[in-house]
Design a binder for this molecule. Structure first.
Ligand code: BG6
Length: 496
């Protein structure tokens, strides 16, 4: 279903913030360049500051010019003319009148079919104040559609997410809410389904008969940068694990959907998240490891420990690393551990999935030189999501050169430079999908609730038991204990 050029007015809340400048405005501009909008489009930037249209336009132009992923700036002049700025005191319902007037002005000038998209690039504490006030001011009563994109975190735990949903759904129904998880906009994350469901090779093996374990790593070399205030309240569980990583788990674990439509796919993902083994508080230690970075050397530079970062409490117990061993307790996956880890200030920025297959039932290959039946190399399927995008399969073949019988080879496919996504950012894919009314790559309320139900006990236990932090050096692979999670089961993290 593609109905572009999209007729719409977008209200971007938090338009002068970092996310808008780095990702959202360049993404919307690129959609404009690609012809996804024509004249029947307007963007209303909403912010606290007192700015004129022209001052905002200059700011938007600067952020577009600074974006390294845009190949050229054709169309910049016309795009900038589509931007308007409205100053709003978010909690003062009366100030929404200016926004209503601006919507009407855009709609009078252009045929946007009354379609209104509200993008809240704002801290979550403002979500319901904004949706309530939009409703009260009559801005959500429109002749076209109304849609809402909200940024994570969606709540702080199960109860707060439940409450938040109840509040927001007073103004927007579930099918008008697009909860963004930018990992779902990444091409290689979307590729998981294609690799699984378009090859007869994998699906028969994709279960506990043939897979011994699955590993997901999303490491970052950067620290918290200037986001200490937000991050110190969130930590790795809420910032990465509860959303991005559990989404990847659900894509890897789900049953084949009956079709590629949004509802069919999301239903399968929901089932996976609901099948995650509930971890009792007393068992959290057996399944989860936490860490916080110490000072160290990252990308060749000496960096401070987390507790010395700006806007972070000097005695903070917020985890900047989490590793977990989780189980999907259903027929397909019973007994197969999924090891999932993420951390800041680790040795490299990379996101990858390693699927480790079980050994052959009997090893026939005698290693003459070592006078032994050595272990065969493991069959692995490695999906690299970033920075490079590739898929490789590790196999054993005859070794012609040495006295050994076998050697390990890799069949690899790396997405070629010219085939890499032409989008500015994963956000661009998702904004496009939302405008197209396609919610497949957004988080459904039930996915959200199941994910919170899974992580809540961990957060509760970690909020009470004091850790001995810091426990890993910046620039390392995280706390030593994260390897024990696997070695206890006879596995190890694959550094491939
Ligand atoms: C965000 C987190 O959702 O994802 C950040 O809030 C994190 O802390 C970022 O750095 C990682 O995204 P990416 O696309 O760089 O892997």
């Amino acid at each position: 279903m593609t109905t572009q050029p999209f007729k719409v007015t977008i209200a971007l809340f938090g338009a002068t913030g970092d996310l808008s400048k780095r990702k959202l405005i360049p993404s919307i501009f690129h959609l404009f360049q690609e012809g996804s909008f024509d004249d029947n489009f307007g963007l209303i930037a909403v912010g606290r500051r007192d700015l004129s249209d022209n001052a905002f336009r200059q700011m938007a132009e600067d952020s577009i010019r600074e974006n390294e992923n845009l190949e050229h700036l054709d169309g910049l002049g016309s795009f900038i003319q589509k931007l308007h700025y409205v100053r709003l005191d978010i909690s003062d319902s009366k100030s929404y009148k200016a926004l209503k007037d601006q919507f009407e002005a855009v709609e009078k000038e252009w045929d946007t079919a009354g379609n209104r998209l509200f993008y809240l690039a704002m801290p979550p504490e403002y979500f319901t104040i904004i949706t309530d006030n939009l409703g009260r001011a009559g801005i959500t009563s429109t002749s076209g559609y109304k849609r809402l994109i909200i940024e994570k975190p969606f709540g702080h735990d199960y109860d707060s997410a439940f409450k938040l949903n109840n509040e927001i759904t007073k103004t927007f129904s579930e099918n008008e809410i697009y909860r963004i998880d930018h990992y779902l906009g990444k091409e290689m994350v979307q590729n998981i389904e294609v690799i699984r469901f378009s090859n007869s090779l994998f699906e028969p093996l994709w279960n506990n008969h043939y897979i011994s374990n699955i590993q997901i790593t999303s490491s970052e070399s950067l620290g918290v940068l200037d986001r200490g205030e937000y991050y110190d309240k969130s930590g790795a569980v809420r910032d990465m694990f509860q959303n991005h990583l559990l989404q990847i788990v659900s894509l890897l674990g789900m049953e084949p959907p009956i079709s590629l439509n949004s509802e069919d796919i999301r239903n399968e993902k929901i089932k996976v998240l609901k099948s995650l083994r509930k971890i009792a508080e007393k068992d959290v230690k057996k399944y989860f490891v936490r860490g916080q970075y110490d000072e160290g050397i990252s990308d060749g530079v000496t960096v401070p420990k987390y507790r010395d970062e700006k806007n972070v409490a000097r005695d903070s117990n917020t985890p900047t690393f989490i590793a977990s061993r989780l189980y999907i307790d259903n027929f397909r996956w019973a007994g197969v551990p999924f090891y999932v880890r993420t951390g800041k200030r680790m040795k490299a920025k990379e996101t990858k999935i390693v699927v480790e297959f079980k050994e052959v039932p009997k090893n026939l290959y005698y290693q003459k030189e070592q006078d032994t039946y050595d272990d065969l190399a493991k069959n692995l399927l490695v999906i690299r999501i970033q920075p490079d995008e590739s898929v490789s399969l590790h196999l054993n073949v005859k070794d012609y050169a040495s006295g050994q019988d076998t050697k390990e080879i890799k069949l690899s496919y790396t997405v070629a430079q010219q085939d890499l996504s032409q989008t500015v950012d994963a956000y661009e894919n998702l904004i496009y999908d939302c405008l197209n009314g396609d919610a497949t790559n957004f988080t459904h309320q039930e996915e959200l609730m199941a994910a919170w139900a899974f992580v809540d006990p961990v957060n509760r236990v970690w909020g009470q038991d004091l850790p001995s932090f810091p426990n890993y050096q910046s620039g390392s692979s995280g706390p030593v204990k994260s390897s024990l999670l696997l070695s206890r089961d006879g596995f190890r993290w694959w550094d491939v």
